[in-house]
Design a binder for this molecule. Structure first.
Ligand code: SER
Length: 320
């Protein structure tokens, strides 16, 4: 049985990834780990501070891990408030994972990169795989540095690392925390709870986004691809959909006609302005047949279907 370790299992992507990998590989094959305990009891959970090299290595050895998915990170907006700490954490976790792999304690690593690796001089529309990269956020700098390091570990030490540049990820199971694209998740909760949302990005800020099931598919697909299919040894561009806060609000209004949105851009607007509007993912398509499934319409419908019961229940409980 293949043994898998998810680091950052309580986070937005970690939560969905653990469930999907357990469905595929069996409950016991997937060890979930995080720096804090999960909300629901989990027999196959281990507390782990992944910045602690010895603890990380011990956990990998104790559980005979074959594959690690490194989903812990300080995201873009949060990182701007604690720049040095965010850099330390994001890089330390990656180096620990790379060193443990280099020693041969497990076989394959998934490490996510992000659209944040691009910057103000990058062509913003249909951004190519190879282009100008001048990220101006701590998070983006750490992801770009990370991309160079994973390629280095691959070339010099034969470490098998797989990576994609995630766009903003939208999901209903767990909230994201500290990202610039978080508005696209918050908006659903606020629409259902209050019928109103104040966006911290301006109405016309177009960003690349992806629905969680697509992000999970991309992650598992690249991990299962044959190594010799993968020409890119740093991180693959993957495209989903691109939309603005206004377009998302209009799509939500089709289901909740009274929904209102207003706009109060804050410091996150500058971060968003430095990122692409849309992504070219030809390499991922050619090398491992990547293509997203969810478009804006299907994403909004599915989000509302999954979140509505939660808020209906809350209303019943307070006696509306
Ligand atoms: N969604 C992330 C963020 O906003 C980008 O990788 O920080």
């Amino acid at each position: 049985m293949k043994k898998i370790l998810i680091v950052g299992a309580n986070g937005q992507i970690g939560t969905d990834l653990v469930q999907k990998l357990r469905k595929i590989n069996g409950e016991k094959a997937v060890i979930a780990s995080d720096i804090v305990l999960p909300q629901n009891k989990d027999e196959n959970f281990e507390l782990l501070d992944a910045t602690d090299y010895n603890a990380f290595e011990k956990l990998v050895q104790k559980n005979n891990i074959d594959e690690v998915y490194l989903m812990a990170a300080i995201l873009s907006a949060k990182a701007e408030t604690i720049p040095n700490k965010a850099w330390d954490i994001n890089m330390k976790i990656l180096f620990n994972a790379l060193e443990i792999a280099k020693k041969g304690f497990y076989k394959k690593l998934f490490w996510p990169s992000s659209i944040a690796v691009f910057g103000p001089h990058t062509p913003r529309i249909n951004t190519p795989q190879f282009t100008i990269m001048d990220p101006n956020t701590v998070y983006g700098i750490s992801k770009l540095a990370g991309e160079r390091w994973i390629e280095y570990y691959h070339t010099h030490f034969g470490v098998d690392v797989r990576s994609v540049r995630y766009p903003g990820i939208i999901s209903w199971k767990t909230l994201p925390g500290g990202g610039t694209t978080d508005y696209a998740v918050e908006i659903f909760h606020e629409a259902l709870k209050n019928g109103h949302y104040t966006s911290f990005l301006s109405p016309n800020t177009r960003l690349p986004m992806m629905y969680m099931p697509d992000a999970i598919d991309a992650t598992i697909q690249i991990m299962n691809a044959n190594a010799d299919q993968l020409r890119i040894k740093h991180s693959y561009n993957i495209a989903g959909i691109s939309f603005t806060p206004e377009e998302l609000a209009n799509e939500i209004k089709k289901h909740i006609p009274d929904f209102q949105i207003d706009y109060q851009p804050d410091f996150r607007q500058d971060i968003a302005n430095s990122w692409p509007e849309s992504i070219n993912d030809d390499y991922a398509f050619k090398d491992w047949h990547w293509h997203h499934k969810f478009e804006l319409e299907s994403l909004v419908k599915d989000m509302l279907e999954n979140l509505s019961p939660k808020y209906q229940k809350a209303e019943e409980e307070v006696g509306f």
